[in-house]
Design a protein. Structure first.
Length: 179
């Protein structure tokens, strides 16, 4: 795994561990979903603590596919943490959906609450004017109606003259050197 991807995954896990309320199962395990109330079509991350195994699966009617959970495993008393990612089905209606997590011989149940409207901060709602900051509209000129000004024309002619003179001088020097 690339270092950038590893850094992003580690950051996601740390944020998930510190900010997401966990759904505690009756057997003491915890299943956390980030974001905690996803909208249909949203990518989500699952974190399951209390698994002694290094792998597991999470299954729900809300997911587009079963989630393969992986992690460092844990102690025989069940202290490991497993993580995985999936997407919420786009055709779901708002409501609570059961999540069945299996790691080794143990099984945990939790629920994910799907909301119809996404959080107001999940994606931009209007295009952003980029470049130039707040003054971009002041310097905007229609290129079809505005041609180069006199200063640009004079500068272009001077540069073209300098380039032509350089070419002529170079040819003269080469012709003198070969005679």
């Amino acid at each position: 795994m690339g270092s950038l991807r590893l850094t992003i995954c580690t950051t996601l896990l740390a944020v998930t561990a510190l900010t997401t309320p966990a759904a505690h199962a009756a057997d003491g395990a915890a299943v956390a979903v980030t974001p905690s109330s996803p909208a249909p079509g949203t990518d989500i991350a699952l974190r399951v603590s209390g698994c002694a195994e290094r792998t597991g699966t999470a299954v729900s009617a809300a997911f587009v596919a079963d989630v393969r959970l992986t992690g460092a495993g844990g102690t025989p008393s069940g202290g490991g943490t497993l993580v995985g990612e999936t997407r919420v089905r786009t055709e779901l209606r708002a409501g609570s959906y059961d999540v069945q997590v299996t790691c080794g011989d143990t099984s945990h149940k939790a629920a994910v609450t799907v909301v119809q409207e996404p959080s107001p901060y999940t994606s931009p709602v209007a295009p952003v004017q980029a470049g130039g900051g707040g003054t971009a509209h002041l310097g905007a000129v229609d290129a079809r109606t505005a041609g180069p000004g006199i200063a640009q024309v004079v500068t272009g002619l001077v540069l073209a003259g300098v380039a032509a003179a350089a070419v002529v001088l170079r040819r003269v020097r080469r012709s003198r050197g070969t005679d």
